[in-house]
Ligand binder design. Structure first.
Ligand SMILES: CC(C)(COP(=O)(O)OP(=O)(O)OC[C@H]1O[C@@H](n2cnc3c(N)ncnc32)[C@H](O)[C@@H]1OP(=O)(O)O)[C@@H](O)C(=O)NCCC(=O)NCCS
Length: 183
């Protein structure tokens, strides 16, 4: 029996998507989606690819901490799942703040960027954070990540500072912008 959908949305350029909690069967596609950005992009500083085995451990930990992991799946007109198109999750905030603050992360499959899916996942993630009683959400965005900065600011995140040269990738030192939204 599949997990119950959180929402189903029709996007003009892309078709129909179901949003639901991630399951173990999604992990190979999530890892593949994420590793594309590890290897080709500065949206994160990570340089080693993730494995499905690590992701299985990660998903169990997320679930045990009630930190949502939600996927966007392309479906046909009958609701049959076709392809994983995006994933988002809540991350543990600074433990010194208790459980007031959470962090968020969104990754859209390269075939689906720029068509509104990130905005949908962001709205769903904010609702998931509210439902779990968090008071605010923080995100750290590398300064070269114009798409993520645009999405966050349009979604109501406020820039609270820029950390200079926080990491390096592909031979470049890169700043990190911190943004926060009150929930
Ligand atoms: C960042 C990311 C999540 C955005 O998702 P997306 O589906 O491509 O974005 P959307 O199409 O929903 O766009 C959301 C808003 O951001 C704007 N936007 C998206 N890409 C943009 C770009 N490259 N430049 C400027 N603005 C952009 C859109 O115009 C849109 O605003 P609108 O609603 O006023 O039209 C996605 O591109 C992605 O997964 N990137 C790689 C991984 C990553 O950077 N993750 C975030 C780590 S913090």
């Amino acid at each position: 029996m599949g997990t119950q959908a959180i929402a189903t949305i029709d996007l003009p350029k892309l078709g129909r998507f179901t949003f639901r909690p991630a399951e173990e069967r999604d992990l190979p596609a999530i890892v593949d989606l994420y590793n594309h950005y590890v290897l080709n992009d500065t949206s994160n500083f990570q340089e080693h690819v993730e494995t499905v085995e690590d992701a299985i451990v990660w998903l169990k930990e997320q679930n045990s901490r009630n930190l949502a992991v939600i996927v966007a799946v392309k479906v046909d007109e009958h609701g049959n799942e076709q392809q994983l198109a995006g994933a988002t999750c809540l991350n543990e905030g600074d433990p010194r703040c208790g459980r007031l603050v959470t962090e968020g992360s969104i990754y859209i499959h390269r075939d689906f960027v720029g068509c509104g899916l990130g905005k949908c996942l962001n709205d769903i993630l904010l609702n998931a954070a509210r439902a779990r009683g968090f008071h605010s959400m923080i995100i750290h965005i590398t300064a070269e990540n114009t798409a993520s900065l645009a999405l966050a600011k349009k979604a109501g995140f406020r820039e609270v500072g820029v950390l200079k040269e926080m990491g390096s990738k592909f031979g470049r030192l890169i700043d990190v912008t911190i943004l926060q939204v009150m929930l």
